[in-house]
Design a protein around this ligand. Structure first.
Ligand SMILES: [Zn+2]
Length: 275
C-alpha cells in the first residue's frame, strides 16, 4: 500500500497507486484541474490525482451523481456541439447493448457466490442466472438497503462499507466471479482493492472490469471536456496498458475481448483471471 498523509482540508497525498513510484518523480498532466493536480507515473505510466479527497467528503458533498450532473452542464456550456455529439454517442452505445454487470458473469462464472463491488441498489444483478448467488459491497447506506433486500432472499449478502474495507470482511478463496463496474476509477487504493479481490476469489474465478479508457478517441478529440474527467471523484485514469500492469502486480492475468477496448467507446472492459 502507498504511504498516505491526511492534510488540512481533508486531502490525502498519494504516490503512484499502482506501482508506488513517488509522485515527486511523476510528470504533470496537461488536463489537470487547478485544485486537483494530476500526474503521470514515470515508472508505470498510470495517470492519477496526486491528492484525493478523504472518503467522507467523497461520498457526501461531492457524491458522484451530483458531480456528474455538474460536469455535464459545464461541458455543455464550454463546448456545446462536441458535448452533445458525445451524449448522442453514449445513447447509441446503450441502444446497441453495452456489456452489463450480470451479462459477463452469466456467461463465464462457475456456479456459486459472485460479488459486485460498489453494487449501488443491486440492479446490476437483477438478471443474474439462478446458480449465481449475489453478494455486494456498497458505501451509501440508503441504496445498500435496497440491494440487501434483493440479495438476502437469494442466499447472498450485502456489506455496507467502502470497497477495500468491504473486501477485507469477506472470506478468502470464496467467489467464482467478481465485477468492478465503474468502481476502480473512484478507489483511492486501487491496487489494494485488486489484491483483496485476488484474495477472495477462487483460482478458477473470473473478474470483470469496466473503467473509463484514457486512451479513447473522445479523450484525444475533446481534451479537458472529455466526459471521463470528473475531478476529483475519478482518482485515476487507466489505459489498457496501465490497467494490465496493475492487474499483474495484484496477481492476475488481464485480457480484453474484441469489444473490450474499441477507441470509439469512452469505457473499456477487461477480463481478469488469477495468474
Ligand atoms: Zn506507477
Amino acid at each position: 500500500m502507498t504511504e498516505q498523509t491526511i492534510e488540512k482540508g481533508g486531502r490525502i497525498h498519494r504516490d503512484c497507486p499502482s506501482c508506488t513510484a513517488p509522485s515527486a518523480s511523476a510528470a504533470p498532466v496537461r488536463y489537470q484541474h487547478p485544485d486537483w493536480p494530476m500526474k503521470q507515473c514515470a515508472a508505470c505510466g498510470l495517470v492519477y490525482l496526486e491528492y484525493v479527497p478523504a472518503y467522507d467528503a467523497l461520498y457526501d458533498e461531492i457524491a458522484w451523481h451530483k458531480q456528474h450532473k455538474k460536469e455535464e452542464q459545464r461541458r455543455l456550456k464550454a463546448m456545446p456541439i462536441m458535448a452533445r455529439i458525445d451524449l448522442a454517442t453514449r445513447w447509441r452505445l446503450n441502444i446497441l447493448g453495452d456489456a452489463t454487470v450480470a451479462g459477463g458473469l452469466n456467461a463465464w462464472a462457475k456456479p456459486g457466490p459472485v460479488l459486485d463491488v460498489g453494487c449501488a441498489s443491486g440492479k446490476g444483478f437483477d438478471d443474474l442466472r439462478p446458480e449465481l448467488i449475489p453478494y455486494g459491497i456498497e458505501i451509501d447506506s440508503r441504496i445498500a438497503e435496497i440491494a440487501r433486500a434483493k440479495f438476502e432472499p437469494r442466499g447472498g449478502k450485502l456489506v455496507h462499507a467502502d470497497g477495500v474495507g468491504g473486501l477485507k470482511q469477506l472470506p478468502a478463496n470464496f467467489f467464482t466471479g467478481v465485477t468492478l463496474w465503474s468502481y476502480l476509477e473512484h478507489e483511492a487504493n486501487p491496487r489494494e482493492a485488486l489484491e483483496q479481490v485476488r484474495r477472495v476469489v477462487r483460482d478458477d474465478a473470473v473478474v470483470l472490469i469496466k473503467v473509463p479508457n484514457f486512451a479513447c478517441l473522445n479523450r484525444h478529440v475533446l481534451g479537458k471536456n472529455w466526459s471521463g474527467f470528473r475531478h476529483p471523484d475519478h482518482v485515476q485514469y487507466f489505459t489498457p496498458t496501465t490497467l494490465h500492469a496493475m492487474a499483474e502486480l495484484a496477481g492476475f492475468r488481464a485480457h480484453f475481448r474484441l469489444y473490450g477496448r474499441i477507441p470509439t467507446n469512452d469505457n473499456m472492459y477487461a477480463t481478469l483471471r488469477p495468474a
